[in-house]
Design a protein around this ligand. Structure first.
Ligand SMILES: Cc1ncc(COP(=O)(O)O)c(C=O)c1O
Length: 412
């Protein structure tokens, strides 16, 4: 593993070694190139969670004792940190969930489903993760509505011209689009998608899972209606994420998890709901997760711009060097990679490539990457994906390429 300073573009020098040290899990012969599946957690995130359980553990909002007050303050402080991180108007617009999948399901079950009816159209982009596809299939099922797909251009971007042309002002109700594709790697122009959707009277849910670690998130600038993301894809804990919704929309949203802490009053036959966002957080919340997420936000915010340039440079360099290999096909647009590259090796199954790489201490993702409809559009069943974080190095790209060549020698 090389820890030499690497050029981070714009003449700045970035040292991934300095970022890598607080990640105990990386202090072994491991090239972790599976960051899009989940990132590793730095020491401050682990410490924040540990401190919560050691020093402040209690349930929130229901206990009068001091630990209860401390736990509530920590949890609500984390909510405020999330709100500031994504440009929300108020912490009340942040609903803590288990992650992106849970957030999208919450918005669909609590809001979208109630306003989708016969003849309506819901649009998903061709590059959506199953988490932002299957809930919409369920939403149109049985109500006489249909699912439309924003197609791809030949270079692997969303075909927004076709989208605008196909959008019907009378029928379009919802648009579900990812900020950054977990397969193709480039960022979508979600602002343009929101503008087109709103002009047609439709609402937009943006899947921010692959964006938040690498790009500045600003829901106001995007002008979306709902935004979902996971903590574990941005150096935070698993099992925590958030749904942001416009305040006035959250006020209209129906709760879909019923029970303790989400009520105002319970009578024998009926109940009324707590205020937003608590009415969407029934049951004991993942307080340590929220605290860890707040620590991850602080960590990401402290990253210098050069760290983000370094990640984009790694993705671009890996894509260019892989594309130059014989019988390797790189997927996605040549320009604008945020953090990852997916590729196929002719005559070698993606899982075999990943197996050979693993035998060399290189962790990548192989398979359909929870994007089967996209895979079919690309004419493949699976691919290999290398995804990067600031702690990765160009030396790891060298090892990746050597491993791919070794797989080719073994299997072809
Ligand atoms: C673009 C995208 N959306 C949604 C998800 C689902 O995230 P989670 O499993 O944290 O709910 C992922 C995870 O890979 C993803 O990459």
């Amino acid at each position: 593993m090389s820890e030499r300073p690497e050029s981070a573009g714009k003449g700045e020098v970035f040292d991934p070694g300095s970022i890598r040290r607080p990640f105990a899990i990386l202090n072994r012969d491991l090239a972790w190139l599976d960051n899009a599946a989940t990132t590793q957690r730095p020491e401050p995130v682990l410490k924040a969670m540990d401190q919560f359980y050691r020093l402040h553990n209690a349930n929130t909002r229901r206990s009068v004792h001091r630990l209860g007050a401390e736990a509530t303050a920590a949890y609500e402080g984390a909510r405020a940190a999330v709100a500031a991180f994504i440009g929300a108007k108020s912490p009340a617009e942040i609903v803590f969930t288990g992650g992106t999948t849970a957030s999208i399901n919450l918005a669909v079950a609590g809001f979208a489903r109630w306003e989708i009816g016969p003849g309506d159209e819901v649009w998903v982009s061709a590059m959506e993760h199953h988490s932002n596809w299957v809930p919409w299939q369920e939403a149109v099922k049985g109500v006489g509505a249909s699912l439309k797909v924003i197609p791809l251009t030949s270079d692997g971007r969303l075909d927004l011209a076709a989208f605008r042309k196909g959008l019907s002002a009378h029928r379009a109700k919802w648009v579900a689009a990812t900020w950054v594709s977990n397969v193709l790697g480039a960022a979508n122009d979600v602002r343009a998608i929101c503008a087109a959707a709103h002009a047609a009277g439709a609402r937009v849910l943006v899947d921010g899972a692959q964006g938040v670690a690498h790009l500045p998130a600003d829901v106001a600038a995007m002008d979306c209606d709902f935004f979902a993301f996971s903590g574990h894809k941005m150096y935070g804990p698993m099992g925590i994420g958030a749904l942001w919704g416009r305040g006035e929309l959250l006020e209209q949203m129906h709760p879909s998890i019923f029970g303790g802490e989400m009520i105002a009053r319970v009578d024998e036959q009926t109940s009324t709901w707590a205020e937003v966002p608590y009415r969407f957080e029934g049951g004991t919340p993942h307080v340590a997760g929220a605290v860890g997420l707040a620590a991850a936000i602080e960590w990401v915010r402290a990253l210098p711009p050069a760290a983000h340039e370094h990640v984009a440079n790694l993705a671009r360099e890996a894509a260019e060097r892989l594309a130059a290999l014989k019988d390797v096909r790189v997927w996605g647009p040549a320009e604008g990679r945020v953090s990852l590259v997916s590729f196929s090796v002719k005559g070698v199954h993606a899982h075999d490539v990943a197996q050979v790489l693993d035998s060399r201490g290189i962790a990548v993702r192989a398979g359909h990457m929870c994007a089967q409809p996209l895979m079919r559009r690309l004419g493949i069943e699976s691919a290999v994906r290398a995804s990067f974080a600031p702690y990765n190095t160009t030396d790891e790209i060298r090892r990746l390429l050597e491993g791919v060549r070794a797989a080719q020698e073994l299997f072809t």
